[in-house]
Design a protein around this ligand. Structure first.
Ligand code: NAD
Ligand code: DAU
Length: 377
C-alpha cells in the first residue's frame, strides 16, 4: 500500500494509530483526515507532525467532494476509518450530530472510495476499507455473578490478581446487534453500511468491534482521564448510579497494534472482536485510580476516596460489556501486551506529567492555536 487515509487521526485512538503507521511504514503516505472537532487535537501528534510520510488534511468526512478529490489526488488505496462522535453522554443530549457524522460521514467515505476505486483499471484489487467500531453495538450483557468469577479465558491484559468476569456470556462476532444509546445506534448503522458496500458492490471491507480503550491522549470527558484530573484537583468524582456497571478495558496501544495486524492480514468481509478479557466494575476501577493518583502524587494512598460522589445514573446505561476476542487471538495471533495494573500505572503517570495538555484541551485553546498554524502553511 502506498497511500492510506486514517480518519479521526487527531482523536484519542486515531492518534495512536497514526503514530504507529507513520513510524512503522516509512514508505507509505499516511493521510490524517480530521475535522478537528472538540475531540480532535493535533498536539496529540506533535512528535510525528514533521515526518516526511505524514500529511494532515482538515476536512469533514461528510464533505463527499473533498474526500473524493483527496482520494483521486493522493491515489489512496487504503482507508482506516475512525472519525466519529464517540461520547455516549453527548449522544443522549444531541443524537443528530451522531447520526450525521457516524452514519452519513461513514456513507460519504464509502461512496467516495467506491467511485474512486471502481474508476481504476484494477478496481478493488489491493484495496481495503477498514471500519473501526465498538462493542456497544451488541447491546448490554447481564451481570449474573455480582461478586465476579474466574473467567474461562485469560490474556496478558487480564492476568492480574483482579481477573474476574461478571457473567458467563460474552460478545462474539455473531452476537446479534442490539444497540441502546444514540451513539451505539449510529455506530451499528455505520457498520451495516460498511457490510452493505461489500455485499452489494464487492468492496473489500473489514469491521472490528473493540471494548473500552484507556491510555494517553483520551479526551477528559471519558471516565479514566476525567477522574484522574478530578482526583488531582480534589474535585468530586461523579459515579453514575451505584458504580456497578462493568466495562472491559484495553490499553490503547494494544488496540492500535490489533488495527495494524487486521488491516494487513485480516480476512476481507470479516469481523473481529478486540478486547482483553479485562472486566472491571466502575467503582473498583475508580478505587484503583484514586490509590494510584494518590501514591504517584505522594499523598496517603486512598486519601481521596471521599471524593466519590454517587450521582443520577446515565439514561439507558448499559450494564455490562465483555468481549470474546479469541477469534483474533487464534487466527491472527494478536495478544494484548500490557497487564492492566501496568497500563493504569503508565496512564496515570502520563496524565499527571501532562497537566498542560489536560488544561489546554479543557480550555479549548488548542483549537485556535492549531487552526492558525495550519491556516498559515
Ligand atoms: P475521539 O472522540 O477521541 O476522536 C474522534 C476524532 O474524530 C476526533 O479527532 C474528531 O475531530 C474526529 N471527527 C469527529 N467528527 C468528524 C468529522 N465529521 N469529520 C472528520 N473528523 C471528525 O474518539 P476515539 O475514542 O478515539 O474513537 C475513535 C473510534 O473508535 C470511533 O469510531 C469510536 O466509535 C471507536 N471506538 C472507541 C472506543 C473507545 O473506548 N474510545 C472503543 C471502541 C471503538
Ligand atoms: O465500549 C466501547 C466504548 O467505550 C466506546 O465505543 C465509546 O466511544 C467510549 O466512550 C466508551 O463508552 P463508555 O460509555 O463505556 O465510556 P465512558 O468513559 O463514558 O464511561 C465508562 C463507564 O463509566 C460507564 O459505565 C459510565 C461511567 N461513568 C462515566 C463518566 C464519564 C461514570 O460513572 N461517571 C462519569 O463521569
Amino acid at each position: 500500500m502506498k497511500s492510506i487515509i486514517i480518519t479521526g487521526g487527531a482523536g484519542f485512538i486515531g492518534s495512536h494509530v497514526v503514530r504507529l503507521f507513520v513510524r512503522k511504514y516509512p514508505q507509505t503516505k499516511i493521510i490524517n483526515v480530521d475535522k478537528l472537532t472538540y475531540a480532535g487535537n493535533l498536539a496529540n501528534l506533535k512528535d510525528i507532525e514533521n515526518a516526511p510520510n505524514y500529511m494532515f488534511v482538515k476536512a469533514d468526512i461528510c464533505d463527499f467532494d473533498t474526500i473524493y478529490s483527496l482520494m483521486q489526488n493522493e491515489h489512496v488505496d487504503g482507508i482506516i476509518h475512525l472519525a466519529a462522535e464517540s461520547h455516549v453522554d453527548r449522544s443522549i443530549k444531541d443524537p443528530f450530530t451522531f447520526a450525521r457524522t457516524n452514519v452519513l460521514g461513514t456513507l460519504s467515505m464509502l461512496q467516495a472510495a467506491k467511485l474512486y476505486w471502481e474508476s481504476l483499471p484494477e478496481k478493488y484489487e489491493g484495496k481495503r476499507f477498514y471500519h473501526i467500531s465498538t462493542d456497544e453495538v451488541y447491546g448490554a450483557l447481564e451481570i449474573t455473578d455480582p461478586e465476579g468469577v474466574r473467567p474461562p479465558f485469560t490474556t496478558k491484559a487480564s492476568s492480574s490478581e483482579h481477573h474476574l468476569a461478571y457473567g458467563t456470556e460474552f460478545f462474539v462476532e455473531t452476537t446479534k446487534y442490539n444497540p441502546h444509546s444514540p451513539y451505539s445506534a449510529s455506530k451499528a448503522s455505520s457498520d451495516h453500511f460498511v457490510r452493505a458496500f461489500h455485499d452489494t458492490y464487492g468492496m473489500p471491507t473489514i469491521v472490528t468491534n473493540c471494548s473500552n480503550n484507556y491510555g494517553p491522549y483520551q479526551f477528559p470527558e471519558k471516565l479514566i482521564p476525567l477522574f484522574i484530573n478530578n482526583i488531582r484537583h480534589r474535585k468530586p468524582l461523579p459515579v453514575y448510579g451505584k458504580g456497578e456497571n462493568v466495562r472491559d478495558w484495553l490499553y490503547v496501544e494494544d488496540h492500535a497494534r490489533a488495527i495494524d495486524l487486521i488491516f494487513h492480514q485480516g480476512r476481507v468481509a470479516d469481523t473481529y472482536n478486540i478486547g482483553g478479557f479485562n472486566e472491571w466494575k466502575n467503582i473498583d476501577i475508580i478505587r484503583v485510580l484514586i490509590k494510584t493518583v494518590d501514591r504517584q502524587l505522594g499523598r496517603k494512598e486512598g486519601e481521596d476516596l471521599n471524593l466519590i460522589t454517587f450521582v443520577t445514573d446515565r439514561q439507558g446505561h448499559d450494564m455490562r460489556y465483555a468481549i470474546d476476542s479469541r477469534k483474533l487471538q487464534k487466527e491472527l495471533g494478536w495478544e494484548p501486551s500490557l497487564q492492566f495494573e501496568e497500563g493504569i500505572e503508565k496512564t496515570v503517570r502520563w496524565y499527571l506529567n501532562n497537566q498542560e495538555w489536560l488544561d489546554s484541551v479543557t480550555s479549548g485553546d488548542y483549537q485556535t492555536y492549531y487552526e492558525k498554524m495550519y491556516a498559515n502553511r
